[in-house]
Design a protein around this ligand. Structure first.
Ligand code: ZN
Length: 378
């Protein structure tokens, strides 16, 4: 199997770069279908429209209905055809972006992605995750090419909800562990080959940046300012995590996430929040050293990512429900089979329960330390 590395054609990141989008879009097309949620479009509309006009690019704006489903993709395709769009711009978070990429593929036109939150690694990849209209994971749609342009305005990200940035860190947290699992198993990556050294190095760098700058970036986002740490985390969440997962591969973290989506209680939680719990589950499956597990739990705790089932809406979950999620994580074709070990729903269920227990123990120990130190002060 050859080694394959794929990436978007152009990645542009910086404060207020949405006001320069015209110069990057004009060489790609003359009539744009812009799709995104109402609030996402509001966040960048003035900048984008002004810049497109400056470069003589026409546009039609269509509101995204919320799910990256077959029905929504078909609806957008119809609008794109009617409008004779020769380029798609997807604005917003993971699901709007995945829809834009799928529409671009169906219409065979270039795709530009303008994330308004750094909450997932969807922007750079040649992959759309397809959900049902009710939000249940259905399948991965592998696309023949990555977006032609990914443009990230760090001012916009700094003004987006902090929770979304943190969720992006949860998604990015899985990248290194899934990459290293794929490296051990010499597994096939999303691009259909084995990984290059570059992909593994990118995944490692992604983890390093999270540990180094994650908390500082969260603080900056709380104050709505762009600092170097915030820029680095935007790059880790979007570019490094995107290149890493796609060209190195996915394993148990994302399969457990997909399994969790069958439980309705988890639907209010972000992709990256569920992936963070999936990461902890993978570490237990691999029986990683305690210090490695602690490093991850510590990071999650510091930035505010889930470490227990209760943190993702499953505080009163019946063990039967968790078993359902474990079974869904082991569905045929899931990336969990990239793990270099025998996988069974029983093993995944056990790892999920043990990961939950570790998260609880950590929280209790933190509380004890806090109680001890506050009683010392008294
Ligand atoms: Zn992800």
């Amino acid at each position: 199997m050859p080694q394959i590395f794929i990436s978007p054609s152009k990645y542009v990141q910086g404060p207020a770069v949405t006001s320069e989008i015209g110069q990057y879009v004009a060489p790609l097309g003359k009539k744009v279908l812009i799709l995104g949620g109402i609030r996402s479009i509001e966040a960048v509309k003035a900048n984008i429209i002004h810049s497109l006009a400056l470069h003589n690019v026409q546009y039609h704006i269509e509101t995204f209905q919320g799910e990256s489903s077959d029905n929504e993709i078909n609806r957008m395709c119809m609008i794109g055809r009617n409008e004779k769009a020769d380029i798609i711009i997807g604005i917003g978070g993971g699901k709007a972006i995945d829809t834009a990429k799928a529409v671009g593929f169906e219409l065979d036109v270039p795709v530009a992605i303008v994330p308004t939150i750094a909450s997932t690694d969807a922007p750079c990849s040649a992959l759309s995750v397809i959900y049902s209209d009710e939000g249940v994971f259905e399948r991965y749609l592998v696309l023949p090419k990555n977006p032609d342009l990914v443009l990230l305005d760090t001012e916009v990200i700094a003004h987006a909800p902090v929770r979304q940035l943190v969720a992006g860190m949860g998604d990015a947290l899985s990248t290194y562990f899934e990459a290293s699992a794929c490296a051990r198993a010499r597994a096939r990556n999303i691009a259909g080959g084995t990984m290059t050294q570059a992909a593994l190095a990118i995944a490692e760098l992604c983890y390093e940046i999270l540990l180094r700058d994650g908390y500082k970036a969260k603080i900056a986002c709380e104050r709505k300012v762009v600092t170097e740490a915030l820029s680095n985390i935007v790059e880790a969440n979007t570019l490094l995590s995107g290149l890493g997962f796609e060209s190195a591969g996915l394993a148990a973290c994302h399969a457990v996430h997909n399994g969790l989506t069958v439980l309705e209680e988890t639907h209010p939680y972000c992709h990256g929040e569920k992936v963070a719990f999936g990461t902890l589950t993978q570490l237990v499956l691999e029986n990683r050293a305690m210090d490695e597990i602690e490093k991850v739990i510590d990071f999650c705790h510091l930035v505010g990512l889930p470490t227990t089932l209760a943190d993702i809406g499953l505080e009163n979950a019946d063990p039967k429900q968790i078993r359902l999620a474990a079974e869904a994580a082991c569905k045929e074709g899931e990336t969990i089979y990239n793990m270099d070990m025998e996988i069974t729903p029983d093993k995944v269920y056990a790892a999920m329960m043990a990961a939950d227990a570790l998260g609880h123990v950590y929280k209790q120990s933190k509380e004890t330390v806090w109680m001890q130190s506050s009683s010392l002060v008294l």
